[in-house]
Design a binder for this molecule. Structure first.
Ligand SMILES: Cc1cc2nc3c(=O)[nH]c(=O)nc-3n(C[C@H](O)[C@H](O)[C@H](O)COP(=O)(O)OP(=O)(O)OC[C@H]3O[C@@H](n4cnc5c(N)ncnc54)[C@H](O)[C@@H]3O)c2cc1C
Length: 385
């Protein structure tokens, strides 16, 4: 049985774990353990689009550029220049990048394309251990020992759990998670549209959930329809032409007819927070630490925020598992995570209530926010930084 020594072992090579590994690589000996061997496609066919598409905030994009992880082909990156939010009874709110003197509010990019860019950038810079799964973890005073399913042992001064919502390492460390399931699913799919989308992201708060259309390059959009479990199952069972008709018809065909490019898939929506995001010689990042409703498209951005904060906290020359440094990381992330979770949860609850008075108030609130310049700019700076 061989033992391999590292400064930092990251478990989970999704977007958040891979970006953290890349950010740490210049200063530390880093191991990245991933249970699936990474697939890096040689090229992406024109009409083959991953149905998991993210709105990447300018701050996340700057972080990815700074670590060399934003080498996504230009033809696969869309931009959100404007955002058009509609309530269920006439309320409306519009955000325009010009109001922030910027050329975009966010970029849109596929999970697969960004994942491939990160894995390519990592090659030769960190020890990639994949496919591999952990079978044991021991948290000692000086180091963490992680045993892999092939018998190898990794010893590191800091372990990072980045395996997503069902983190094995978090459980092994005895850190509990509080979960509040929404009894909803996010239905995702991609479409070609008959009319140009104008780089406008559109979002409708409806009685049957929140429907978001994100612009992709060319006349294409990606949708997330957050809706109850029964309707999500119904949407996923529709034939491609019926699905396109349902999605276009639900909101009055603002882009003309739609054609389905990628069939619908659904993922469960859960508000979740680990009771702590650090432990002895352990840090949690991304969905391992928190999950969020997708109505503001912030899940992955929060995870990049964790990666950037942890990398900035681990000063070269210090012990990366130092409890004071880890406490600094936890403090740095607490406010952002709770604020974003509360805003998304509050909006979800406000728009899912059937109370007619609240129904009028929420639409009035959207109109008022649209007219109140300073409040709107404050919201924009928070959401699109
Ligand atoms: C269909 C879908 C659509 C979504 N759409 C949006 C959206 O529009 N906007 C948004 O912001 N968020 C969205 N999300 C949420 C977003 O995907 C997550 O917030 C984000 O992927 C979290 O990244 P992560 O790296 O923390 O975790 P993950 O992406 O879950 O990555 C975890 C990685 O760890 C690996 N792993 C797991 N267990 C182990 C183990 N024991 N050992 C080794 N490796 C392990 C996995 O293979 C995976 O590569 C969506 C999620 C889904 C499922």
């Amino acid at each position: 049985m061989s033992t391999l020594d590292f400064d930092i072992a990251i478990v989970g090579g999704g977007l958040v774990g891979a970006s953290l590994a890349l950010a740490l690589a210049p200063h530390w000996r880093v191991a990245l353990v991933e249970r699936r061997a990474p697939a890096v496609p040689a090229g992406l066919p024109d009409d083959d689009w991953d149905n998991r598409v993210y709105a990447i905030s300018p701050g996340s994009q700057r972080f990815l550029e700074s670590i060399g992880g934003w080498q996504v082909p230009a033809g696969r990156v869309g931009r959100i220049r404007e955002m058009d939010v509609r309530g269920d009874t006439g309320g409306a709110l519009r955000f325009d990048a010009l109001e922030l003197a910027a050329d975009r509010l966010a970029a849109t990019v596929e999970n697969r394309a960004l994942q491939a860019a990160l894995w390519q950038a990592l090659a030769g810079r960190v020890e990639l251990i994949a496919p591999a799964t952990l079978v044991a973890a021991e948290f000692g005073a000086e180091a963490v020992s992680l045993t892999l399913d092939d018998g190898r042992v990794l010893r590191a001064r800091l372990a990072v759990a980045a395996e997503g919502a069902q983190s094995w390492l978090r459980e092994a460390a005895g850190i509990a998670v509080r979960r509040w399931p929404y009894q909803q699913k996010g239905v995702v799919a991609n479409f070609r549209c008959a009319r140009p989308h104008g780089d406008i992201a559109r979002q409708w708060f409806r009685a049957d959930g929140v429907l978001a259309w994100l612009p992709l390059p060319g006349n294409r959009i990606s949708i997330v329809w957050s809706t109850d479990d029964a309707r999500a199952a119904e949407l996923c069972a529709l034939a491609p032409a019926e699905l396109a008709e349902r999605v276009a018809g639900a909101v009055g065909r603002p882009l003309g007819e739609l054609t389905t490019l990628t069939p619908a898939a659904a993922f469960p929506l859960v508000l979740g927070r680990a009771e702590r995001c650090i432990g002895p010689r352990l840090a949690l990042v991304g969905d391992a630490a928190h999950t969020i409703h997708p109505l503001a498209g912030q899940g992955v951005n929060l995870g990049f925020g964790d990666a950037a904060a942890l990398a900035a906290t681990l000063l070269p020359g210090r012990d990366p598992g130092d409890a004071m440094l880890l406490a600094r990381y936890a403090r740095a992330r607490a406010e952002d995570v709770i604020l974003m979770q509360s805003v998304c949860d509050g909006l979800q609850k406000l728009f899912s209530t059937q109370d007619p008075l609240l129904g009028r108030l929420r639409n009035f609130g959207l109109r008022l926010t649209h007219r109140a310049g300073p409040l709107k700019r404050m919201l924009m700076r928070q959401a699109f930084r």
